[in-house]
Design a protein around this ligand. Structure first.
Ligand SMILES: Cc1cc2nc3c(=O)[nH]c(=O)nc-3n(C[C@H](O)[C@H](O)[C@H](O)COP(=O)(O)OP(=O)(O)OC[C@H]3O[C@@H](n4cnc5c(N)ncnc54)[C@H](O)[C@@H]3O)c2cc1C
Length: 314
């Protein structure tokens, strides 16, 4: 393990962090990628929508990325968990669970989000999550087209349900004990979408495949697959907050985020990319953010080196 000052440390090696490391390697930046190897979508059997790798298992995608990273000698891959991050003179220090302390002038946080299924209050969700019930129709809607689909949620239903019609006309909304706005309910019903407001008692399934949604009171609605609208995730780490990053509300979803699209935060030298930045980026966008962020960092480093050289020769 190197103890020198690095150009870049990347915490988290999902699509965002691996892509950042790849471009860092190609730019010959002295880089350490530290990864606890628990990507968010490991629960799924297939990852969709990433060019040339549509349908591969999430672990296969990352194994290929890891293998290809080995071509680049300036990048060191460390399978470990980062426990603490601190500001130091000329950058940041990073402490891992094995007690190793590393230093860097630039730090990328790519630690993703974690799903808290217990927040959904849907007994039985663990058996079907990533197998027939998912968070993202763009990721998994195609495989369940024209099925009897359950939409679980309350907030943003009015945007989500019209979109779900791209995949199926047979949709039942389960608001799980929360009464929907009367006008919205009428609009959904007018469009042939059934609404069930009673609390969900149990999701029944067979080998990961959703079969029935059982409501309190005993009624049972047959469904083959489902999508969850409500947000039930949180950042996997809080390093950005602990370092003092300030959120802004400057993004296209009108959500407060702590970094702009190149990953830049309110703290010079500190970057946030992928799900860690936006909550749910998807694999292609996470990989794109990783590459773009490192190109910005490389530009800064190049100018720093260029200017220090001219000071010496002046
Ligand atoms: C069920 C499900 C299905 C999905 N299907 C798809 C799909 O088909 N297509 C698609 O495009 N997207 C899909 N997604 C979304 C996709 O998984 C995420 O958007 C994507 O993984 C984000 O990449 P990331 O690199 O930002 O984070 P992640 O992939 O979550 O990677 C974060 C990495 O950081 C590491 N880490 C966390 N904390 C630490 C720490 N303290 N120290 C060191 N390392 C740490 C983790 O171990 C992990 O390896 C799905 C998500 C879910 C939940």
């Amino acid at each position: 393990m190197n103890s020198d000052h690095n150009d870049l440390i990347i915490i988290g090696g999902g699509p965002a962090g691996q892509s950042a490391a790849l471009i860092a390697g190609r730019t010959r930046l002295k880089t350490v990628l530290i990864n606890a190897e628990t990507p968010r979508n490991l629960v799924t059997t297939a990852s969709h929508g990433f060019l040339t790798r549509d349908g591969v298992h999430p672990s296969e995608l990352l194994a290929i990325a890891k293998e290809q990273l080995q071509r680049y000698p300036s990048v060191q891959y460390v399978a470990d968990q980062v426990e603490a991050v601190d500001r130091i003179d000329r950058g940041f220090s990073v402490t891992t669970s094995q007690g190793t302390i590393l230093r860097t002038s630039r730090l990328i946080i790519a630690t993703g989000h974690r799903d808290h299924l217990e927040r959904l209050n849907l007994p039985g969700i663990e058996s079907v999550y990533g197998k027939s019930v998912y968070p993202c129709p763009f990721c998994d809607g195609y495989e369940h087209a024209d099925e009897a689909i359950a939409v679980f949620g309350f907030e943003a239903i009015q945007h989500f349900v019209p979109m779900m019609r791209l995949w199926s006309n047979d949709i039942v909304v389960f608001s799980n004990g929360r009464p929907l706005d009367t006008a919205l309910k009428a609009e959904l019903t007018d469009h042939g979408v059934a609404v069930e407001e009673a609390p969900v008692d149990q999701l029944m399934s067979d080998n990961g495949k959703l079969t029935q949604v059982v409501l309190q009171g005993g009624r049972s609605i047959p469904r083959q697959s489902g999508f969850v609208v409500d947000d039930y995730s949180s950042p996997a780490t809080h390093f950005a907050e602990s370092l003092g990053v300030v959120a802004n509300d400057n993004n296209s979803w009108n959500m407060p985020v702590m970094a702009n699209e190149s990953g830049t935060t309110s703290i010079p030298g500190l970057y946030l990319i992928g799900d860690a930045r936006i909550g749910f980026s998807g694999i292609a966008a996470a990989a794109s953010e990783g590459g773009f962020c490192v190109e910005m960092i490389a530009h800064d480093i190049a100018m720093e080196r260029w200017n220090s050289l001219s000071e010496v020769t002046r």
